[in-house]
Ligand binder design. Structure first.
Ligand code: SF4
Length: 357
């Protein structure tokens, strides 16, 4: 049987529900020491403003676990504790009030320890995400397959799932990540043929800049388009808010989330007689955090400009040192080029207040 995102189990992470066809949630992760509470909270705030739904922090030691209470208390979004090896860190994180654990039970020692963590998580309805990474497969599984591959990743996930099932824990989310988009896709497809646990997806270690964005977009798009993926994280060597912006654009362009302003702007050419890149940048800087599903067009000339501008909720078709503003498909004014940005912004403001002209 194949489980798509409509048919995965619903799992609750704080006040966010994932799985069962719920909205695909966007995650990111802190990139500073967890003991730097104000630094982490600053990253959370910027990520949240950019559209992040769930935020993860690493818990490498007990000092980090002790910092979690303050982070959880002041975070506007649910917090996930990322733990390796030490079950006491998991217990301390649960005690601090985190909303989800990312921990592989096979890493934390004896069945008794797994049971203690699972019981505490169960008592507070905290899910556990099992994270399989192609780069850190168990030695015996790696040797069986001879290389990181989809089957090895699924077998590794199964092993971890069975450890939790043996202690009666089913509140599970799974991720299968690789730096190869093809292997990541294949692993997620194979896994979702067999299990209905919600899947957190991502292409890990994507890099930065254009290459990182393209690797993430290609990898995520193929998986999401196959109907798989209940939460996503774009992993970039960049600040969390940049990861979130890429994630939200992927979801928006796939029609999986309907919010955030879409800015349509032309690439410019010899017909353009205004400083269009500067105009588009100033408009974007003012609208990029607006959580409204509207389209704004900034076009360089009257050849293609009027069509795009009138298709958008609001737009401008520029001319020689001037611009024609369109709103809801109608031309409403002709203005000087130094008035374009302010005119568009006040028009957007009116649109959001429901004023049509
Ligand atoms: Fe060139 Fe006009 Fe097209 Fe912009 S809209 S790329 S200026 S033809």
């Amino acid at each position: 049987m194949k489980y798509t995102r409509d048919r995965t189990r619903i799992v609750k992470i704080g006040d966010i529900e994932i799985g069962g066809g719920k909205t695909v949630a966007v995650q990111s992760m802190a990139k500073t020491a967890t003991t730097d509470v104000s630094g982490v909270l600053g990253q959370i705030e910027r990520a949240h403003n950019a559209g992040c739904d769930i935020f993860r922090v690493s818990v490498p030691d007990m000092d980090s676990a002790r910092s979690l209470g303050e982070i959880v208390k002041n975070s506007p979004i649910p917090i996930v504790a990322d733990i390796h090896f030490d079950y006491k860190l998991a217990l301390a994180s649960i005690e601090a009030g985190v909303h989800k654990l990312r921990i592989n039970p096979g890493n934390i020692g004896s069945p008794e320890r797994v049971k203690i963590v699972a019981n505490e998580a169960m008592a507070r309805n905290i899910p556990i995400r099992i994270g399989v990474n192609a780069g850190s497969l168990p030695k015996d599984i790696f040797e069986k397959y001879g290389k990181p591959c989809a089957d090895a990743m699924v077998e590794s996930a199964e092993r971890e799932i069975n450890i939790l099932r043996e202690v009666g824990f089913e509140n599970i989310v799974v991720s299968l990540k690789s730096s190869s988009p093809q292997i990541t896709l294949e692993a997620n497809l194979k896994f979702s043929q067999k299990y209905d646990y919600p899947l957190h997806i991502g292409v890990t270690e994507s890099g930065f800049g254009v290459q990182g964005i393209v690797a993430s977009t290609v990898g995520m798009t193929t998986i999401l388009s196959a109907g798989i993926g209940d939460t996503i994280r774009v992993s970039l060597t960049e600040p969390p808010e940049n990861e979130v912006r890429v994630a939200r654009e992927i979801l928006r362009f796939l029609g999986l989330r309907k919010y955030w302003v879409r800015l349509v702007s032309c690439p410019t050419c010899a017909r353009c007689e205004v400083d269009l890149p500067a105009i588009a940048q100033r408009v974007w800087d003012n609208v990029k955090y607006l959580k409204n599903d509207i389209t704004v067009a900034v076009m360089g000339c009257v050849v293609n400009g009027p069509g795009e501008a009138s298709d958008a909720d609001i737009g401008v078709a520029c001319g020689k040192n001037s611009g024609i503003i369109f709103k809801n498909g109608r031309q409403i004014s002709k203005i000087r080029d130094d008035e374009i940005v302010s005119s568009l912004l006040s028009g957007i403001d009116d649109l959001l207040k429901g004023i049509s002209n």
